[in-house]
Ligand binder design. Structure first.
Ligand code: WT7
Length: 566
């Protein structure tokens, strides 16, 4: 029997107080995610239970019990306090998937500071805009990433300390740098910051169509959503060995890679390494993984590696598979059912929603290709693309709309009230996606409602890439759109007009690609560059991205005069 039991019964009788009771939280009292992820589990007899089974590409292994997470997160919290970090300060976590990232986040939350995780593959420019926007005062990183921080230090006067977690102390530290070894001392006690439901917890940056990335502000009360969705959608129980393949630089890796599993006292596995089908299957076999939360690009990559490889491993421990981040194509669901004997359950949500809002559930029939139904307690519908009136007829495309009343919903964009308000209409929150509903209330994803590129489950803003391209000496102007890709669903493509004196060449193409990879990230790097003499523009001079996009996707443009008059 699954945790959720009967889906329909849960919908009928739903109340968030179900989770509050289990968490022994009463409205108005204190709530601190950091404490829930370690100290509470220890207090309930779980101190010696394994919280984290970690390994990296070099085959190094580490194991942490819940008591280890408790004392080392205390150590992180105490150290940051000694550096002067106070409640509400932004502390950026800029690391690979090392234990310090996971346990560090718990420590930051315990002292009431705001954890700002950033993907470690980000280049100096991506890093700079996010640290500057957040007014971050401390960044915690590894030696291998410190050079990117050094490059932008001059432009970040508010960044007081650069904490390096793997510095041996032998070599000299550079400006503002300080060495910290998490496991040097077991810190038994730490004064917990008395955070309450609406105290800020995490600040996750996400990309939009226009403007720079936005900081999505979450609060400690989000725990209530993350806990219950993990129980009912991921079906996590105390016996599980859970593997969330997402990086905590992105929201899946924090909501369901730190907060959800640890607040439930579950043992989780982390692989700090790049993708390899063989390494993934070996990990599942070795640790006897039971619940696996992954993403469509990874599943498509596994499909590509072939069925024969699957047969070389004993994957019989697996019992529940869930996916998130991009459309999960029907073929991937059918394939997983064939090779693992288990269908991947698609789930839909985003950085702003903080927790799963639409999903497939254990026990509820899966319609391959559909995202499933709203989580009990989440009201979801579709609105007309033009009038924003609710759509009830099945099969009609509309924008997804959610009543913003579940605990993990964002509380705002960091210092950007106008953009936040623009996401709401008539009391609905619009995540920026289009879908269809069928007669049984299942949602079918259609596409984004904006120009944001979703490559391998990661959002890339065309605006951010275009801005960075303009800094390349050869680029006069550019337009960035998505291009279809069999594995990553979409990849970045740039149309580039060169400055006088530069001519198209393969070397220049590579140079531009590397320029973006280093400045922004490997994800944002254009996989294709097309040289053009000029870019199509509206009469008012706006570049017509939509025209280029339609060409890439072989879509009919219809009446282009409306585009030109934009
Ligand atoms: C955007 C959110 C929280 C998940 C990690 C990404 C797209 C997400 C699905 C899905 C089709 C999906 C949407 C969404 N997306 N899940 N199951 N099917 N599209 O979080 O970076 O904030 O991206 O990813 O477009 O708005 P994110």
């Amino acid at each position: 029997m699954s945790n959720i039991g009967s889906f329909d019964e849960r919908v009928r009788t739903f109340d968030w107080s179900i989770a509050e009771r289990e968490l022994e939280y009463t409205a108005g009292s204190g709530i601190n995610i950091g404490w829930y992820c370690a100290d509470r589990i220890c207090a309930k007899g779980g101190a010696q239970k394994l919280a984290l089974l970690w390994e990296n590409a070099q085959g190094e292994e580490k194991r942490f019990t819940y008591d280890d997470v408790r004392v080392y997160s205390n150590a992180v919290g105490a150290f940051l306090r000694r550096l002067g970090v106070e409640r509400g300060d932004r502390v950026c976590l800029f690391m690979d998937k090392v234990p310090e990232l996971y346990i560090g986040a718990v420590g930051v939350l315990k002292i009431g500071a705001i954890a700002q995780p950033l993907f470690s593959a980000f280049g100096d420019e991506s890093l700079h805009v996010r640290l500057e926007n957040a007014g971050t005062s401390v960044i915690v990183t590894q030696r291998k990433h410190a050079s990117k921080v050094r490059k932008i230090l001059d432009r970040l006067p508010q960044l007081r300390h650069v904490v390096i977690v793997d510095h041996d102390g032998a070599r000299a530290l550079k400006e503002r740098e300080v060495a910290f070894r998490m496991e040097a001392e077991r810190v038994e006690t730490l004064d917990l910051c008395p955070t309450t439901a609406e105290s800020p917890s995490l600040l996750h940056y996400t990309s939009g169509t226009t403007g720079m990335p936005k900081g999505v502000q979450h609060v400690h009360y989000s725990l209530v959503s993350q806990y219950l969705t993990a129980k009912w959608v991921l079906d996590l129980t105390e016996k599980d060995i859970y593997w969330c393949t997402a990086d905590p630089g992105w929201v899946t890796g924090t909501s369901y890679g730190i907060i959800a599993p640890w607040s439930l006292g579950v043992t989780q596995v982390v692989l700090d390494a790049g993708f390899s089908a063989e390494a993934w299957y070996r990990l599942i076999e070795k640790y006897r993984v039971t619940v696996w939360y992954s993403a469509p690009t990874a599943i498509r990559s596994l499909m590509k590696a072939g069925d024969e490889l699957v047969k070389q491993f004993d994957l019989s421990s697996l019992r529940h598979l869930i996916s998130v981040g991009e459309p999960l194509n029907a073929e991937a669901v059918v394939w997983s059912e064939r090779v693992f004997g288990l269908a991947f359950h698609d789930s839909y949500w985003q950085t702003e929603t903080g927790s799963i809002v639409i999903s497939n559930y254990p026990g509820l029939p899966i319609k391959a290709g559909s995202m499933g139904k709203p989580f009990p307690g989440v009201t979801a519908g579709l609105l007309d693309v033009q009038t924003f009136e609710p759509i009830t007829a099945p099969g009609v495309v509309g924008v997804i709309a959610l009543r913003p009343d579940w605990p993990a919903m964002m509380r705002g964009y960091w210092q950007n009230e106008a953009t936040y308000q623009a996401k709401f209409k008539n009391g609905w929150y619009m995540p920026g996606d289009r879908a269809r509903l069928d007669r049984e209330g299942y949602f079918w994803f259609v596409g984004r409602d904006d120009d944001v590129i979703n490559t391998a489950g990661h959002l890339v803003s065309p605006f951010e890439v275009e801005s960075a391209l303009l800094e390349h000496p050869a680029v006069a102007e550019s337009a960035v759109v998505s291009k279809p890709d069999p594995i990553n669903m979409e990849v970045v493509k740039a149309f580039v007009a060169l400055k006088p004196g530069f001519s198209p060449s393969d070397e220049l193409e590579l140079d531009i690609m590397n320029f973006i990879r280093k400045k922004l990230s490997p994800l944002a790097m254009p996989q294709a560059i097309e040289y053009v003499a000029s870019l199509p523009k509206t009469r008012s001079g706006k570049i017509m991205r939509r025209l280029l996009h339609a060409k890439e996707w072989g879509e009919d443009l219809g009446d282009t005069s409306t585009i030109e008059n934009d």
